[in-house]
Design a protein around this ligand. Structure first.
Ligand code: GLN
Length: 280
């Protein structure tokens, strides 16, 4: 069988399982199966497939047909300007989260050296992207998951920012090290009972503890705000991702902890997604 017929075969299976972009997904999985990039796949439609490669491709198609996200099947995801290694232990980096990076850069434009903390570093996408842009800055990342610490370390080495990064496996409440000019966080903020109604790819495959914000969705956000208020320098910036309906409640929590609200940024779907505040 050649590459093209295999892709058509794979895409048909994905289509019957209502996967959104069956041809695109089949092409990406073909690239993974034959260990080449997508361009190679597109330029070599007539090449014959080895039997083992076809079997591997079928296996990937089968997993995708049950909803497993492409990023977990390829172990890669683009975010900001870089490709990140991801596994089922990390949340898949979202384009909406790039708003945190954008705001971090905007609000620290004139500062050469920024000491940054990322609470719940996950794959490292936020902090490592900022460190790549701010060459003289230092970062600290914490996460409750040992595997996330390992994965963000791998990404830091790949992106060559490892020497400016410290990582700690820690729960947000217990962490006490350092004082920071900038704190960023994309904490779990989905209401516990709403996780099951998210898209199947998310609900069944992404780590629950990266999503679950407790009964009201705010239990981790509360801890992150409290901790940030302790560890941030006066005049330091705190940039937090929130759920689409959490703006007013989170603003109140921030004000109570002595933060001034600079701006609330909307995501690509026009939902309130990111609050920039300053410790005063
Ligand atoms: N900081 C990581 C991200 O933005 C992980 C966030 C999380 O797991 N809640 O993707």
């Amino acid at each position: 069988m050649n590459i093209q017929s295999a892709i058509i075969f794979g895409a048909k299976i994905l289509k019957t399982k209502y996967i959104n972009n069956p041809y695109l997904d089949a092409e990406i999985l073909m690239a993974k199966a034959i260990k080449k990039d997508r361009n190679y796949v597109l330029l070599n439609f007539n090449h014959n497939l080895h039997n083992e490669d076809f079997k591997y491709f079928q296996k990937l198609i089968n997993k995708r047909s049950f909803g497993k996200p492409i990023a977990y099947l390829t172990n890669r995801k683009f975010f900001w300007k870089y490709e990140f290694f991801v596994t089922k232990d990390t949340l898949i980096p979202r384009p909406d989260t790039e708003i945190i990076v954008e705001n971090a850069l905007r609000f620290n434009k004139n500062k050469k050296q920024v000491n940054i903390l990322d609470i719940g570093i996950g794959s490292g996408c936020i902090l490592l992207s900022i460190l790549k842009e701010k060459k003289y800055s230092y970062g600290t990342g914490i996460d409750i998951s040992e595997n996330c610490i390992k994965i963000s370390k791998i990404n830091a080495v790949n992106l060559k920012v490892n020497s400016r990064l410290k990582l700690y496996k820690s729960n947000v409440d217990k962490f006490k090290l350092g004082k920071y000019d900038l704190i960023v966080s994309n904490p779990p903020y989905i209401k516990k009972n709403n996780i099951k109604i998210l898209e199947k790819d998310v609900a069944e495959f992404e780590p629950k503890r990266a999503l679950n914000g407790g009964l009201d969705g705010l239990s981790e956000i509360r801890k992150v705000i409290k901790k940030s208020s302790e560890l941030i320098k006066n005049n330091g910036k705190f940039i937090l991702e929130i759920g689409f309906d959490q703006k007013n409640k989170v603003i109140n929590l921030l004000k109570k902890e002595g933060f001034y609200i600079n701006s609330v940024a909307k995501d690509l779907a026009n939902n309130d997604r990111c609050i920039v505040s300053t410790k005063i």
